[in-house]
Design a binder for this molecule. Structure first.
Ligand SMILES: CC(C)(COP(=O)(O)OP(=O)(O)OC[C@H]1O[C@@H](n2cnc3c(N)ncnc32)[C@H](O)[C@@H]1OP(=O)(O)O)[C@@H](O)C(=O)NCCC(=O)NCCS
Length: 203
C-alpha cells in the first residue's frame, strides 16, 4: 500500500480507536435496545474493566472442547489477556435475573497488523448461554454488531470460526457471511478455521 493510502488508513484507525461506550450515545443505545428487544439488559465494558471471570466461564463451557481439539489448544490465561486488552470491547446481555445470557467481544482492528489493507470491525466472540440458544438472541446480537460497525462508518465485519463448529458455521452463513479474502482456505492452506466476512452498508 502506498504511503499516502497508509496515512488515510491510520487516520481512520485512530478515529475508531477513540470511540467510547456505545451506551453513552443515546441514539446508538436506543437503536441497540430496539434491535435486542425483550427482557434483556445491555451493558458495555472496555477490555480492562470486563467481567473476565464470567466471560471466560461461558467461553470455556461453550468453546472448551473445540479449542482443546484445535491446533491452538485451550489457553485460558491468553484468553483472559485478550478479553482485557486495551482495544477489546464487550457488549454483554443480562436476563431479568441479572444473570449473563450472552456477550460479544469486538474490536476495531486492522485486517492485518503487518500489511494492513482495511480497518475492520472484528467480532472475536459471540457466546450465548446454552439455555438461551436457538431463540434468536445470537441473530439479534450480530445485528447489534452490524449496527455498531455502521455507526463507526466501517463496512467490513470479520470473524473466525472453526470448521468443526458446524452450528456456528450454519448460523453465520444464514446471516450472509462469506469466506474472507484473508482466510487460509483462499491460499489453499489447511487450517482448522475459516475467516468470514460480511459487508455492511453505510447508515
Ligand atoms: C452459534 C450461536 C452464536 C448462535 O446463536 P443462537 O442465538 O443460538 O442462534 P439463533 O437462534 O439466532 O439462530 C439463527 C439461525 O442460525 C442457524 N443456527 C443457529 N444455531 C444452529 C445450530 N445449532 N445448528 C444449525 N443451525 C443453527 C439457524 O438457521 C437458525 O435459524 P432457526 O432457529 O430459525 O433454524 C450460539 O448457538 C452459541 O453461542 N453457540 C456456542 C458458542 C459458539 O459457537 N459461538 C460462535 C463462535 S464463532
Amino acid at each position: 500500500m502506498k504511503a499516502k493510502d497508509l496515512k488515510v488508513l491510520r487516520k481512520k484507525f485512530l478515529r475508531v480507536d477513540r470511540i467510547g461506550s456505545p451506551l453513552d450515545d443515546s441514539i446508538v443505545a436506543a437503536q441497540l435496545n430496539d434491535i435486542l428487544s425483550g427482557p434483556w439488559k445491555l451493558k458495555y465494558f472496555a477490555g480492562p474493566s470486563a467481567p473476565s471471570d464470567s466471560l471466560i466461564d461461558l467461553f470455556e463451557r461453550n468453546m472448551g472442547d473445540f479449542y482443546r481439539k484445535s491446533s491452538w489448544g485451550l489457553d485460558l490465561v491468553q484468553k483472559a489477556e485478550d478479553l482485557a486488552h486495551r482495544r477489546a470491547r464487550h457488549l454483554v446481555v443480562y436476563d431479568d435475573n441479572e444473570h449473563m445470557a450472552a456477550y460479544c467481544h469486538y474490536q476495531y482492528d486492522y485486517d492485518d497488523e503487518e500489511n494492513p489493507e482495511r480497518v475492520v470491525f472484528y467480532v472475536y466472540e459471540l457466546q450465548i448461554e446454552e439455555k438461551y440458544q436457538r431463540m434468536g438472541l445470537g441473530t439479534k446480537l450480530m445485528k447489534c454488531m452490524e449496527y455498531l460497525a455502521q455507526s463507526a462508518d466501517l463496512d467490513s465485519i470479520l470473524l473466525t470460526v472453526f470448521f468443526e463448529n458446524t452450528s456456528a458455521m450454519a448460523f453465520y452463513q444464514n446471516l450472509g457471511y462469506e469466506v474472507d479474502i484473508s482466510s487460509p482456505s483462499v491460499f489453499n492452506q489447511r487450517k482448522d478455521y475459516e475467516i468470514l466476512f460480511k459487508k455492511v452498508d453505510a447508515l
